[in-house]
Design a protein around this ligand. Structure first.
Ligand code: NI
Length: 243
């Protein structure tokens, strides 16, 4: 995904033995202090066969090579300012994703909250309910483009972290969207394949303009709506009206 998100690495920041070392703990664990890790990985773009495969399950989420892969993916994600990344996007067909929920992407839903970085190995998604939400998405593997994608509004997802501990969460809003987007990469699915209206697919600059004008129109429509008190009054009157 490519939502141009800045920010720290959330969950990966916690106090280590050396408080002056502000690097995420994953870096500290994987690299001696005198080695500066710099592994910006090349991103596979739409059309590369690795993006069409079903990625393999990870036999051992605690394996050192998976940690190294995640450290490199983290470095890559920070470099490109993305909200999420899946291992196939860096040419590794394994079931590993990273994502975060930046504050600026959180929707108005009560249950949609910002969240730091999550590493999820062997994820499984289960939709909760039938509600479908549409939202704009971009993807580092489809650079320069954006599209409006229908997704399940609420999901439960499970998987493992790098310590081999089980993760199980419910998510909605952008959180649910980013998880579905990243996990689709593990099944060879890119977001344009989920779209049902290709008139809502286009170059990023055009789509941002379109999205802004639609958001402004929606805000104006909300302003023009009658006050909630009036609606209540109407409802009461209707209820009280003789039948
Ligand atoms: Ni993507």
């Amino acid at each position: 995904m490519d939502f141009r998100i800045c920010g720290n690495n959330g969950d990966l920041h916690h106090a280590g033995p050396n408080p002056s070392d502000h690097r995420p703990s994953l870096y500290r664990a994987a690299c001696p202090r005198h080695i500066q890790p710099m592994a910006i990985l090349k991103i596979a773009r739409m059309g590369h066969p690795v993006l069409s495969l079903r990625a393999e399950e990870v036999a051992d989420p605690t394996a050192p090579e998976i940690r190294t892969l995640v450290v490199d993916m983290l470095e890559t994600l920070a470099d490109i300012d993305g909200a999420g990344l899946a291992a196939p996007q860096v040419h590794v067909p394994k079931r590993v994703v990273l994502f975060r929920v930046p504050v600026e992407r959180v929707s108005e839903r009560e249950d949609d909250q910002p969240m730091g970085l999550t590493v999820l190995v062997n994820p499984i998604i289960e939709p909760l309910g039938d509600e479908i939400e549409r939202g704009w998405e971009g993807c580092l593997s489809v650079p320069g483009m954006m599209g409006e994608v229908p997704r399940h509004a609420r999901i439960r997802y499970t998987g493992y972290d790098l310590e081999g501990l089980a993760i199980s969460r419910e998510a909605s809003g952008f959180h649910a969207r980013v998880v579905q987007h990243e996990c689709d990469h593990l099944d060879g699915i890119l977001y344009p394949m989920r779209m049902d209206d290709l008139t809502r697919f286009g170059f990023e600059a055009e789509i941002r303009r379109l999205a802004q004008s639609e958001a402004a129109a929606a805000a104006k429509a909300r302003e023009d709506e009658p006050e909630p008190e009036l609606e209540l009054q109407d409802a009461d009157e209707t209820a009280a009206a003789p039948v």
